[in-house]
Ligand binder design. Structure first.
Ligand code: ADP
Length: 494
């Protein structure tokens, strides 16, 4: 730098000396004096130009170096965050470089701030994306259908369940008009009404029947479902209607259960009332002295006793069924020989059969008929089936109890066949339902309609067997039961 300055200074001095010498000697040197004034002026300006160039040269060199240093300074400070660099340069460029460095520093800080903001925005974007994915996962995992429409009744959010209910592909549903996808005029109207009311504080609940698209449900036929529909009108930041959130909760099963409960209560109270009214009537007659003699009185006592027994059996059956259904029955598992159960049941029912002139036969194979189970409960099954045959077989009929083992299924098969009334075909599917009785046979024999239901529970729920019936109206019936020979203890029912 210093060499440049000295060189420039020397050049200035030489040129100035030559110029001055030429100027002073102009009057003495003949050829210069002889020069036209114009040429002499040009020569003077040329000399002056050279002097100026010599003076500006170091300035240019210094500026060039300053700019180079500034560039490397900026590059150095921008290379890594928080890095500082020291700028050295000629003193006279100090103010310029100071201003430039200040501007660069400001720019660098601004750039840093923007970088930080960008990083924050990026983090926030990722967090919100993750949250959105979580919300979508929750939304699609819901069994309730969720449908959100905007103020123009276009679908803006929809989950899989809603797609299933209305039979559309939820991935293709966004921004589609509601009516185009939901083929349910009443529901569309409900959503529109909710939007028009603009009542943001109110949650509307409506019970609504929907028949889902069979192709979507994968079920054979269209089955009506009952939904509890919740409609909420939502507002935007300007307190205007932003749209409507519709949630569809399937309450079909709940309604069925509550219907079953109320049916059970009404049937149970009806069945209980019959023996109770009978007991009440006979007690009243006894109190009023309407029994003329001891024989009549004894007859009344016998009826009361029978009705009381019936009442007790009814309550036992109801209790047993509900305990098995609730899964709280502990059964005593032991080796049970079905042959002995059949003999005991026949001994018990022989008098009743004889009374009706019904012949009882057994056809028990000479094989091992041992099953693992609860002897008392299995006895109830055998007794109930033979007792029903006695009840629903007219006088002179025939009942055959057969038992054999089926090595293929490793089970013992028991069957009770009669030549009785038979069962109407439309009653067969309902025969094992609680309280079901064939209407026309109610006058034939007393009963509660709980016996077969209890048998089914004992056989299928507690012993993992099967129970069924084959019957032809007027030709008799055959009730059959299969019980596994050896029951795997690990599958024991609660
Ligand atoms: P119940 O106490 O009325 O006999 P069950 O549950 O044992 O109750 O039987 C239900 C109904 O099934 C009976 O009411 C009767 O209508 C019909 N049923 C049962 N067994 C026979 C049978 N062997 N022959 C004809 N009908 C039968």
């Amino acid at each position: 730098m210093r060499a440049g300055k000295i060189a420039s200074l020397c050049l200035v001095l030489i040129v100035s000396a030559v110029g001055t010498a030429l100027s002073f000697s102009a009057s003495t040197v003949g050829w210069l004096a002889a020069m036209p004034p114009m040429l002499r002026l040009c020569l003077l300006f040329g000399v002056l130009g050279l002097v100026c160039a010599a003076l500006l040269l170091p300035v240019g060199v210094a500026l060039d170096r300053t700019v180079t240093k500034l560039r490397s300074y900026i590059e150095a400070t921008g290379a890594a965050e928080g890095q500082t660099a020291t700028f050295y340069g000629p003193k006279w460029v100090g103010p310029i470089s100071g201003a430039l460095i200040g501007a660069v520093e400001q720019f660098r800080q601004r750039e840093q701030t923007l970088r930080n903001e960008l990083r924050e925005v990026e983090i926030r974007r990722r967090v919100s994306e993750a949250e959105q994915r979580q919300t979508e996962a929750v939304l699609h995992a819901l069994r309730d259908g969720v449908l959100v429409t905007n103020a123009f009744n276009d679908i803006v959010v929809v989950n899989e369940a809603a797609g299933r209910i209305f039979g559309f592909d939820h991935t293709q549903a966004l921004h589609q008009p509601l009516e185009q996808l939901v083929d349910d005029d009443r529901l569309c109207q409900l959503i529109k009404d909710t939007s028009e009311t603009a009542n943001f504080a109110h949650r509307r609940h409506v019970e609504h029947d929907i028949t889902p698209d069979s192709s979507e449900t994968g079920e054979g036929g269209k089955e009506k479902r009952i939904f509890d529909v919740t409609l909420v009108c939502v507002e935007n930041h300007k307190h205007e209607v932003a749209g409507v959130v519709t949630i569809l909760h399937d309450v079909t099963r709940e309604r069925e259960i509550s219907q079953m409960k109320s049916d059970f209560v009404s049937k149970a109270s009806h069945e209980l009332r019959t023996p109770l009214s009978s007991i009440h009537a006979y007690v009243e007659m006894l109190v009023d002295g309407e029994a003329a003699d001891d024989e009549a009185r004894n007859e009344f006592y016998r009826i009361i006793q029978n009705e009381t027994d019936r009442l007790g059996r009814l309550l036992d059956n109801m209790l047993n069924i509900s305990r098995i259904e609730a899964g709280i029955v502990q059964i005593e598992r032991e080796n049970v020989d079905l042959r002995s159960l059949i003999d005991r049941a026949i001994d018990t029912l022989e008098p009743q059969a004889k009374e009706k002139e019904i012949s009882l036969h057994t056809k028990v194979a000479e094989v091992d008929l041992t099953v693992e189970g609860d002897a008392d409960m299995l006895f109830q099954v055998v007794l109930n089936l033979i007792s029903n045959s006695v009840k629903y077989t007219p006088a002179g009929g025939r009942i055959t109890v057969s038992a054999d083992s089926d090595n293929l299924t490793r089970s013992v098969v028991l069957a009770v066949s009669d030549t009785g009334l038979g069962i109407p075909p439309d009653s067969i599917p309902k025969l094992f339902d609680k309280f079901y009785r064939v209407e026309n046979y109610k006058r034939v024999a007393k009963g509660s309609g709980l016996g077969l239901s209890l048998c089914k529970h004992i056989v299928e729920t507690l012993h993992h067997g099967q129970i069924g019936v084959e019957s032809e109206l007027g030709m008799g019936s055959k009730f059959w039961v299969t019980i596994p020979m050896r029951y795997a203890g690990s599958q024991a029912a609660a």
